[in-house]
Design a protein around this ligand. Sequence first.
Ligand code: OGA
Ligand code: MN
Length: 298
Amino acid sequence: MNIRAVQNGFVGEVTGIDICKQLTSDEVAAIERGMDQYAVLTFPDQPLTDEQQVTFTANFGALEITLAGQMAKPEERRFQQLELGDISNFNGADTTRLRARDDKRRMYALANRLWHSDASFRAIGAGYTLLHARIVPSRGADTQFADMRAAYDALSPSEKAEVEDLICEHSIVFSREQIGFGDYNPGHEEHLKPVPHRLVLTHPKTGRKSLYLSSHIGGIVGWPVPEARAFIRDLTEHATQPQFVYSHKWRVGDMVIWDNRTVLHRATRFRDLEEVRDLRRTSIKGVGLEVKQAMAAE
Ligand code: OGA
Ligand code: MN
């Protein structure tokens, strides 16, 4: 297995490994070390099936079910296996039709265009997310990543001191509010409540600090809401400057893994009413967030 640095020691391209096959524990450990070093790894030309993606993901931890999957009505779902996220613009199981412009699932998913960290609205957010490309449109739809370790490092000493002990409140409602979406299926009120997370995370293995930002943030404990939102907006602007960002141009067969504890990401636009984009997504729980979580709750 070989990792070639693509950008700033932030993104690595992995070759010389077949992730469709069962991995050895050495291979799993090598990928985890790569993730600790880079935070985003790309694996070109990996023709994984759904089953192989689930098996590959399970090497790194317990698979999660996305909130969108959890809240969707059964007839709206494309896959029966809820661990498999449908990141496509197909009309559910009907792959002869694309989602309509005013389709609720489309509007909900449009919030992926805001810089976010997956599932940060949960008490324990996502660790790795794995996204695999099956069909890509002719243009657009890059996924962008921003290095929250580099963004933290670039703060001045006084800014670092200011953010060190801040606790942010995250909820899916806050990110959807930003794009004017509020049409949730009833019965999920529990999932919409804000959860606290530290703004500064310390990586459990490398000890590096990073900013745990997300479009899901709607407040800072002890701060007036407008002040918190203005502050988070400024900090996100700082953290997503071009020098911290990598744009992934998808090719069919690409697998990309990112660590939600150390990177922000967002989707970008494409002509989704005319062209197909079909990716499969799996994610694992963020080990290491619990410790910080317990501290945040004290
Ligand atoms: C996601 C996500 C971005 C994209 O699947 O969590 O943010 O480009 N996807 O589809
Ligand atoms: Mn995401």
